[in-house]
Design a protein. Structure first.
Length: 323
């Protein structure tokens, strides 16, 4: 089968599409013929091994997992003898961080892992980007405890995490202020944002409104910059560790002062999570935003584009062209 392989860490140039062996199917596994996958910030970080400490997870001198990719959608090609929950021909999608391997024509995953059926009326290219950014956004919401009646600001509302966060927050009844470039204001309004701040025309940290939570979905701010935006007891959450790893330290310190606090979300990766996003897609309450599509053979170009920091929503890799 064809797969995008990297045998060393580095720039997108280290990725090559080559022929590799099809993965074996264990007794409890599902073999998926991948129709669509994505390239996202997670893939870029693992490919480059940045920050450096990631090598403790991925391999000190060279990558242990040479085929990356966390998200996928495709059709079940075969199932192990112990699998009853999926059948050959089922349309499925899921998330596979850790094991990776979705940047390939075939993928073997445990039947009880983060995999679920693609909802009727949703294409593979629409379902494939439905988990990575969304599961981080869901972790933000769960950790902060916000929901109906709460005011939330989402900084970076056009990214994979931010665009999902706006939709998931609205589905739960929150009032959402979204921060994005002026060129994308109408897109973000279409996702459900109640108010949109053009970051190119206004410093969002000087906003006069106060919030129950501030979500930095791109990791480009700090608690110090955003603290004044929070209501008493409000929470700041970021998708990145922050300068000096402060977003891991401050959650231990800020609760001691019984005021505004920092929380750091750790997302859950399980089958219930994928099913939940499938249900929202089926109900029309969540749709992953897709910026660009690349064929598998051009995946290095997809990496380069993602690393410009200019993507809107998600970048999809088409492995099997749609009919």
């Amino acid at each position: 089968m064809k797969a995008a392989v990297h045998n060393r860490y580095g720039s997108p140039d280290v990725v090559r599409v080559v022929e590799v062996d099809k993965p074996p199917v264990g007794d409890q596994d599902v073999l998926v013929r991948v129709h669509a996958t994505t390239v996202n910030r997670t893939d870029c970080a693992y490919r480059a091994a940045r920050p450096f400490f990631m090598r403790l997870l991925t391999g000190l001198t060279r990558p242990r997992r040479t085929v990356l990719g966390t998200e996928y959608a495709g059709a079940v090609e075969a199932v192990g003898g112990g699998v009853a929950s999926f059948s050959v021909g089922d349309r499925v999608f899921g998330y596979n961080e850790g094991a990776f391997g979705t940047h390939a024509e075939y993928l073997a995953v445990p039947h009880d892992g983060p995999i679920a059926t693609v909802p009727a009326g949703v294409t593979f290219e629409e379902a494939a980007p439905g988990t990575e950014g969304a599961h981080y956004a869901l972790a933000f919401i769960t950790k902060s405890g916000v929901g109906a009646g709460h005011d939330v600001l989402v900084y970076g509302a056009t990214g994979g995490i931010g665009s999902a966060a706006v939709q998931l927050l609205k589905q739960r009844g929150a009032t959402v202020t979204a921060v994005c470039d002026g060129a994308h204001v109408e897109l973000v309004k279409g996702l459900g944002a109640d108010r949109v701040v053009d970051r190119t025309a206004q410093d969002f940290t000087r906003d006069e409104q106060r919030y129950d939570a501030v979500f930095d979905a791109v990791g480009k701010s700090t608690f110090g910059q955003c603290r004044r935006l929070l209501k008493p007891g409000g929470a700041y959450l970021s998708s990145e560790l922050g300068p000096g790893g402060q977003n891991l330290l401050l959650p231990l310190v800020t609760p001691l002062f019984r005021g505004r606090k920092v929380k750091f979300p750790f997302p859950t990766q399980d089958q219930a999570m994928v099913r939940y996003f499938g249900e929202l897609m089926e109900a029309g309450e969540f749709r992953p935003v897709v910026d660009r599509r690349y064929p598998l053979e051009e995946i290095a170009d997809a990496y380069r584009y993602v690393e410009t920091g200019q993507k809107v929503g998600n970048v999809v890799i088409t492995v099997v062209p749609p009919d």
